[in-house]
Design a protein around this ligand. Structure first.
Ligand code: NAD
Ligand code: IPM
Ligand code: MN
Length: 360
């Protein structure tokens, strides 16, 4: 049966990095017989420019009908003056919400070839392998009421609501415990239970769910300490469970431990394992259009798609091995190049990975 993938390149470097992931997919199709077809759709600023909305109904319909979704990135300064409801980011948030992709997996793995690209000392980061499990469809990103108003003093006010129901916490906790079970059986839940009632409930429910996983060692950490510990001694973590906003922030921090934010892929899964796959970084407006962005996070997101949604661990491993081989051969985009080493552009990195795949 042919697998259908909806491809949403988005904005900024989105189209550049997605093009490289599609080269890899093409190679799997032609050289390894992967039965897959792709269909493109607009999302974010590109969709707003074409249709006046960042989240066209045709895009949602295509994603619903597809077996999986590959997304580049959305956003950029061009669309910042728009009302919130029309911003590119609303397209991405709308997709996550409409497709009920509550479980966001963000693996931070430092490849041995990139130890010197990390800003931390080799002994602190080498061998790093963390899985951040981020709740993706609730919390302060979606809580109501939200908005802006004029208060009684005539001042402008902005407000958002941090809210989680017990069932929302329970389902993401189950995802995290199940993942921890398949790894080193250590789960650290991140909260701010010393200050926020919502995250006090978070901790309570995670402890309750933990009773069903006695083989997993559960610990808790306040988010401010967690951000410090990630930089002080990141290898103490195996799986980190976070709410929506803390996970957004901590995953950018964890990305840097791996050498660059251009290295971190992600999977956003629904309760049945159907998902959307995207790098954790954004549209990088500062380097868009220059052909220098690192496509590896997107290519590794494709590998995650094959593993988590398409039940094809063999193809996923082929991709991951090809990435390692290209790194072994010395290919480096600017973000992961050490001083004095040669740099290649986005397309050359994609080509090197495809060549390694072909040679496998
Ligand atoms: P960003 O992640 O786009 O960029 C942060 C920094 O990292 C920049 O210096 C950028 O050049 C660099 N960078 C990011 N990806 C890279 C790559 N693949 N290779 C090399 N360098 C890379 O974050 P930002 O600048 O805060 O946000 C820019 C826009 O992207 C905003 O509109 C934001 O809302 C959006 N955004 C979208 C997503 C998404 O689509 N999932 C994620 C984050 C930010
Ligand atoms: C991410 C991004 C998004 C988020 C934005 C663009 C909505 O930063 O995927 O990490 O905050 O979740
Ligand atoms: Mn983010």
């Amino acid at each position: 049966m042919t697998v259908k993938i909806a491809v949403l390149p988005g904005d900024g470097i989105g189209p550049e990095i997605v093009a490289e992931a599609l080269k890899v997919l093409d190679c799997l199709r032609t050289e390894f017989g992967l039965a897959v077809e792709t269909e493109h759709a607009l999302i974010g600023g590109a969709a707003y420019d074409a249709h006046g909305t960042p989240f066209p109904k045709e895009t949602l319909d295509l994603c619903r009908a597809a077996d999986s979704v590959l997304l580049g990135a959305v956003g950029g300064p061009k669309w910042e003056p728009l009302d919130y409801s029309l911003r590119p980011e609303r397209g991405l948030l709308g997709l996550r919400s409409e497709l009920a992709l509550f479980s966001n997996l963000r693996p931070a793995v430092l490849y041995p070839q990139l130890v010197s690209a990390s800003t931390l000392k080799p002994e602190v980061v080498s061998g790093l392998d963390i899985m951040i499990v981020r709740e993706l469809t609730g919390g302060i990103y979606f809580g109501k009421p939200r908005g802006r108003r004029i208060n009684d003093q005539g001042e402008r006010e902005g407000y958002n609501t941090l809210v989680y129901s017990e069932s929302e916490i329970r389902r993401i906790a189950h995802s995290a415990f199940q993942i921890a079970r398949k790894r080193n059986k250590r789960l650290c839940s991140i909260d701010k239970a010393n200050v926020l009632e919502c995250t006090e409930l978070w901790r309570e429910v995670v402890i309750e769910v933990g009773k069903e996983y006695p083989d997993v060692a559960l610990s808790h950490m306040y988010v401010d300490n967690a951000s410090m510990q990630l930089v002080r001694n990141p290898k103490q973590f195996d799986v980190m469970l976070t709410d929506n906003m803390f996970g957004d922030i901590l995953s950018d921090c964890a990305a840097m431990l791996t050498g660059s934010i251009g290295m971190l892929p992600s999977a956003s899964l629904d309760k049945d394992g159907k998902g959307m796959y995207e790098p954790i970084h954004g549209s990088a407006p500062d380097i868009a259009g220059r052909g220098i962005a690192n496509p590896i996070a997107t290519i590794l997101s494709l590998a995650m798609m094959l593993r988590y949604s398409l039940d094809d661990a063999a193809s996923a491993e082929r991709i991951e091995n090809a990435v390692q081989k290209a790194l072994d051969q010395g290919y480096r985009t600017a973000d992961i190049a050490s001083e004095g080493t040669a740099k290649v552009g986005t397309a050359a990195m994609g080509d090197a990975i495809v060549a390694a795949l072909r040679a496998a």
